[in-house]
Design a protein around this ligand. Structure first.
Ligand code: MG
Length: 249
């Protein structure tokens, strides 16, 4: 199933029909009976997370291109929920940055309060999947005076586009993922190449941190990262989900 959020609230998308829901879909799916064509609603970010838990260097080829080697266990950082924007929304290039990068990633949307999840049981806590762009002010993340500033460099407003919707049916260990800038392919990989798979990541995160319904795990970016300029259109596509498109301003 595909779940969206629009100006009328949460909804199920069936072909081109939007079926509105009475409330967010994590505990139960309750239809209001009101239906609209997709062309008559404005898509908003499909989830309203309390936090976005992100994984650094989770594809070997990306760790190699960063020249930093691969960490033995997942490296976690958090983007604040004020980063979230939806499909076709603008990403604002900060005046104080001179290097703004895309990072196409699979976003995992949590459906159930998750604490100390045991190996092999993460699927019970996953609601669905969305495309995500872990937008990064690289020069601020790698501050010459402060060393690493991940939260600052990745935490600007608009730095976490998600969407266009949440897809509940996906093989998270075998999905092609691509990032394009102005139509040119920059990243092309498969989620099967993650070092730590989705189940392992959710177990690792929830050893110490509770994930709430609507929270998102950004599973890391493959190789091919690069910069964006004002005026660019950036797309993250995951086969089986769809295309997340945003504009740099
Ligand atoms: Mg990333």
């Amino acid at each position: 199933m595909r779940f969206i959020r629009c100006e009328y609230g949460y909804a199920v998308l069936e072909n081109e029909t939007v079926r509105l829901l009475a409330h967010e879909p994590y505990s139960s799916v309750e239809y209001t009976g009101k239906e609209l064509p997709l062309s008559e609603v404005q898509l908003l970010a499909p989830a309203e997370p309390s936090k976005i838990v992100c994984i650094g260097k989770n594809y070997k080829a990306h760790a190699d291109e960063m020249g930093e080697g691969q960490p033995p266990e997942p490296v976690l950082f958090i983007k604040p929920n004020t980063c979230i924007v939806g499909n076709e929304d603008n990403v604002v290039y900060p005046d104080i940055s001179h290097r703004l990068d895309f990072e196409g990633e699979l976003g995992v949307v949590i459906g159930k309060r998750a604490t100390k999840v045991e190996k092999g049981h993460a699927a019970d806590y996953i609601f669905g999947y969305t495309c995500l762009n872990d937008v990064t002010a690289r020069d601020i993340q790698k501050s010459p005076t402060q060393g690493t500033q991940w939260t600052r460099g990745k935490g600007f407003d608009t730095f976490c586009p998600i969407g266009p919707w949440i897809e509940t049916e996906l093989d998270n260990a075998n999905a092609n993922i691509m990032t394009r800038v102005n139509g040119e392919t920059k990243q092309s990989s498969n989620t099967g190449l993650m070092t730590h798979g989705v189940d392992s990541l959710i177990c690792f995160i929830t050893e110490g941190m509770t994930l709430l319904p609507g929270d998102i795990v950004a599973t890391g970016t493959p190789e091919g990262i690069g910069s964006m300029q004002r005026g660019d259109t950036v797309e993250v596509e995951i086969e089986g989900i769809g295309i997340l498109r945003n504009h740099i301003v």
